[in-house]
Ligand binder design. Sequence first.
Ligand SMILES: [Mg+2]
Ligand SMILES: [Zn+2]
Length: 235
Amino acid sequence: MNDWAKWTPKIPVHFEHGSTEPLRELSSRWREHHQTYPKEIEVIQVPVLYTDIDGTIRWGKDELGRFVNTKDDVRVFDGVPDLLWAYKNLGWRIIGVSNQGGVALGHMTMADCFGAMGETQRQCRGAFDKIVFCAHSPFHECPCRKPKIGMIVDSRQWLFQQYGDSYPMELAVFVGDRPEDETCAANASLRFINAIHWRRGAHLDEVLSERNRKLGFTRNEHEEVLDEQGGVGDS
Ligand SMILES: [Mg+2]
Ligand SMILES: [Zn+2]
């Protein structure tokens, strides 16, 4: 057995509480939406938002002045929970993808890392379908640490097993704050979006405009959708 195999199963963190039922509903809404456009669509194609965690979803080293090591260090950026739920309400799946080399380096225990991910999910009101993290050392050749794409491949497979449907890369995006996120997105053929732009709602606006264009909505209806969702934070 090689070294990294000792770590398997791969530490996927899966939070089902609070998200599964609404998702089933969303999934059927997504189906209805597509049924209004019968065409040749047989498999439902679902967009996925892959997001880095530290410095993207919650305060990271730059904002905190230290790494997130326990759940008490977790502070989700203002506006991010509403932003995530806006995607969710549009039928997107959301996967957190995080390098947590501090576990292998001994800066934090696995339990604390899980605790911090759980607290992140709690502050985001259960928006994540799944959060996966790589707990291996940066000096270790594992298949998952970003910029490698192991966590994306695994979580996409998990989505398929969990919900069926299909998750084309060209419908998905990857949000992150670091060069390794951008490289990881490129390696996985995913469009990369900078965390700061994303938190301003720039990409969500694009998604809403595209959706409204397809549905033939007017601008007022577009704004109503935003209002229904409580708007997007300004942070
Ligand atoms: Mg980051
Ligand atoms: Zn790894």
